[in-house]
Design a protein around this ligand. Structure first.
Ligand SMILES: NC(=O)c1ccc[n+]([C@@H]2O[C@H](COP(=O)([O-])OP(=O)(O)OC[C@H]3O[C@@H](n4cnc5c(N)ncnc54)[C@H](OP(=O)(O)O)[C@@H]3O)[C@@H](O)[C@H]2O)c1
Length: 325
């Protein structure tokens, strides 16, 4: 038996239950790993509350991100061996000391990157990669707006967009967070709790608007985000930390300047093995070279995951958060 966190019913952080589970031997194509660290993501909150349904019913072991060491490999697994250092961002089931996982969802972690750091950056770093390099491929000279700039995805995306050569505008919910984001690639950061971010973006762009808005805040920012765009700009709605965007009249995209809107998900972008490898290689390369720093803002014991969820949902965290089994 190993320790894991399961939910038997959806609800608040109190439904996260630390208990014994059995793991078993890996089936063909699978690997058994020991998690050294597990990444915390807002996505975990959506599964806990039931906003996103469990793919396999309840009880469910949440968690989409981790890194550790291979303990055993199943038949037909030739790419990995016992002792390899590996990281992953899906499938769900990361909140555990040990787990089974398909071998083709694992990537080897370069020696230069500590496993704790790898665990904190797979989901968030690969998200920054596909948002900036594929959904709206940002070019040198573009101006972008990235909400929740001091969050887990936000601090990585700011540095990556700066590396590409964009002018990077961010928003954050406190003056301390503004300062933190300014140190991670952002040219300008707006405290959107005290300032009108639409007016500030208009000022900063000389009235032109930005080429793209990456909006993971959802309900509270959606309308304002549309008003920050230049004609034919794109809004990338990739999360809903403040709640889902309510249904809206499609004509608004026409009236506000023939805008583009997309609602992407990481797991579609990395469904193919080569896409996962391409993203992970680029991410590991930039992190190894020090172009992108991944600050671990908070660390909790896995058994204290309910506190970690409370802190994430109440906007107390910055950067990435890891859980240690
Ligand atoms: N679609 C995808 O592929 C994909 C992949 C990864 C992540 N995401 C999404 O990206 C977002 C960021 O993920 P993350 O794990 O890195 O989280 P995070 O950004 O570290 O945390 C969420 C942040 O959202 C901001 N926020 C604004 N209004 C909020 C509210 N009412 N309640 C809570 N937070 C609020 C807070 O920052 P301030 O205080 O600065 O406002 C908070 O720190 C999430 O929405 C997540 O679902 C989507």
């Amino acid at each position: 038996m190993v320790k894991a966190v399961r939910i038997h019913k959806v609800g608040g952080p109190e439904v996260l239950s630390y208990e014994d589970v059995s793991v078993g031997a890996p089936a063909p194509g699978e690997v058994r790993i020991r998690n050294e660290a597990i990444g915390l993501n807002f996505l975990d909150v959506y599964f806990r509350t039931g906003l996103y349904p469990s793919p396999s019913g309840l009880p469910l072991i949440p968690g989409h991100e981790g890194a550790g060491v291979v303990l055993a490999v199943g038949r037909d697994v030739n790419s990995l061996k016992e002792g390899d250092r590996v990281a992953y961002t899906n499938p769900i089931g990361a909140y555990a000391e040990e787990r089974l996982i398909p071998a083709d969802r694992l990537v080897k972690v370069p020696d230069a990157i500590p496993l704790k750091q790898a665990a904190s950056m797979m989901l968030k770093g690969l998200t920054a990669h596909y948002l900036l390099r594929q959904t709206f491929p940002v070019k040198k000279g573009d101006t972008i707006l990235f909400h929740a700039a001091a969050g887990g995805v936000g601090l990585i995306a700011g540095q990556w967009a700066r590396h590409i050569g964009a002018t990077v505008i961010g928003t954050a919910g406190s003056d301390e967070k503004v300062k933190l984001a300014l140190g991670h690639g952002y040219d300008h950061v707006i405290n959107y709790r005290t300032e009108n971010f639409v007016e500030r973006v208009k000022e900063l762009t000389g009235g032109k608007g930005v080429d793209v808005v990456y909006d993971s805040v959802g309900k509270d920012t959606f309308d304002g985000s549309l008003d920050c765009l230049r004609p034919r700009g794109m809004i990338v709605c990739f999360g809903q930390s403040s709640g889902p965007v309510p249904p809206f009249d499609l004509g608004i995209l026409s009236r506000k300047g023939s805008l583009y809107l997309t609602r992407p998900t990481l797991f579609v972008y990395i469904a193919a093995r080569d896409a996962l490898e391409t993203g992970a290689n680029e991410l590991f390369d930039l992190v190894s070279k020090g172009v992108i720093r991944i600050p671990i803002g908070q660390t909790y014991a896995l058994k204290d995951v309910a506190t970690a969820h409370r802190d994430l949902e109440s906007r107390k965290t910055t950067g990435t958060t890891v859980l240690i089994p």
